[in-house]
Design a protein around this ligand. Structure first.
Ligand SMILES: Cc1cc2nc3c(=O)[nH]c(=O)nc-3n(C[C@H](O)[C@H](O)[C@H](O)COP(=O)(O)OP(=O)(O)OC[C@H]3O[C@@H](n4cnc5c(N)ncnc54)[C@H](O)[C@@H]3O)c2cc1C
Length: 339
């Protein structure tokens, strides 16, 4: 990382303007994200220039509507407008094949209903997960065996362990304070079962830590200097749109991919790899060179659903153990309004 500590803090903590980086509705960007090795490999294969692009370019357009031919059951086009100018007139973008990868808050379900009166079957599982993340400087606790560990964590495991945490160093810092461990770390506190950490002040958060975690871990947090706001993320659910069940009712030339199809409990670090695997599968379908364009969305939906199913089983089998589990099935647009 070439950024200075100040740039890093500014990047992660500009809470007033989370859209300034062009990623609205993606508050997970403030949290620590783990990318599985397989996901990283696929990203490198699919996008060799990714690193340069990530550093140098931000997309600034927002898709706002589908343009369709109802009688042919085809998506032909999307309307988009400049993201930072809500009043700007929209522009039509024609494409032979449209991939909607607009993430967990995708409007796609709403658009499909408006355009085709298509209701996408869905299921949501709520398990009361919360992440509170912040950046801090670690200081000596007096226990050398703890202080010598740079990465420390304690995993959630409902129903017995409903609270957990993770500490990961992100940057060395120069300091004159001999009690400092000389690094900025990301500190993450997690819970399930709605046993939410307090995020209104660090004092209250410490009380929660004292109650929920072992005393030795409490001592790490107690001796910490907090360098950023406490960022909370509470809207994490397993949320699956069962696109595969719709068969040929699904429109041609249009697919959802990644979180737009399914979000998972992030504790298991599957989300990015799920999206990468689906992207690779889509490329494979095109490379097979034997499918008609009109069939590709249906073929992809079947194969993408198989990938989602594997990840879904991993997340939900474990989440199933949460005592206050809430399961909701039906039309996703209605679901999100009532939850
Ligand atoms: C707190 C938290 C922690 C997580 N930790 C991990 C982890 O450790 N490991 C892991 O693998 N996954 C993790 N995930 C999940 C991971 O973030 C997602 O699975 C992954 O980002 C999905 O990628 P995506 O491309 O489908 O969607 P996103 O990354 O959400 O990207 C969607 C993009 O579409 C843009 N967009 C939205 N609407 C429009 C529109 N109308 N027009 C144009 N653009 C639009 C958004 O601004 C965004 O840039 C975590 C999630 C959360 C919430």
């Amino acid at each position: 990382m070439k950024s200075t500590p100040n740039q890093l803090l500014d990047y992660r903590c500009r809470l007033g303007s989370p859209t300034s980086l062009g990623r609205s509705g993606v508050s997970q960007m403030y949290h620590l994200n783990v990318l599985e090795g397989e996901g990283h490999k696929i990203l490198q294969e699919l996008f060799p220039q990714l690193k340069d692009k990530l550093l140098n370019e931000y997309d600034i357009h927002e898709a706002v509507q589908l343009i369709v031919d109802q009688s042919l059951n085809i998506v032909k086009d999307i309307k988009y407008r400049q993201k930072h100018h809500v009043d700007s007139s929209s522009i039509d973008l024609y494409g032979d094949f449209i991939i909607n990868c607009t993430g967990r808050n995708t409007s796609s379900v709403k658009w499909l209903k408006e355009s085709f009166n298509l209701i996408v079957p869905a299921i949501q599982i709520h398990f009361g997960l919360d992440y509170v993340t912040f950046i801090g400087e670690r200081f000596k606790t007096g226990d050398p065996s703890l202080d010598s560990k740079h990465i420390i964590g304690y995993a959630l495991n409902a129903p017995d362990k409903n609270a957990g945490f993770g500490i990961t160093p992100i940057r060395e810092i120069k300091t004159m304070d001999e009690n400092s461990l000389g690094a900025l770390s990301i500190l993450l506190l997690q819970c399930v079962n709605y046993e939410y950490p307090s995020n209104d002040s660090y004092e209250n958060l410490l009380e929660w830590i004292k109650e929920k975690l072992d005393p030795e871990y409490y001592s790490i947090f107690k001796s910490k200097k907090v360098c950023s706001p406490l960022v909370s993320y509470r809207r994490m659910i397993d949320d699956r749109k069962r696109v595969g069940q719709l068969g040929k009712k699904w429109p041609q030339n249009y697919v959802l991919l990644g979180d737009a199809i399914c979000t998972f409990n992030p504790t298991y670090g599957q989300g990015m790899t799920h999206a990468c695997r689906q992207a690779r599968e889509l490329r494979k379908i095109f490379q097979e060179n034997c499918h008609k364009l009109k069939d590709i969305s249906h073929i992809f939906n079947r194969r993408a659903s198989a990938i989602t199913e594997e990840c879904w089983l991993l997340s939900t089998t474990n989440d199933w153990k949460t005592l206050t589990l809430k399961i909701i099935k039906g039309d996703p647009e209605v679901l999100t309004r009532f939850v």
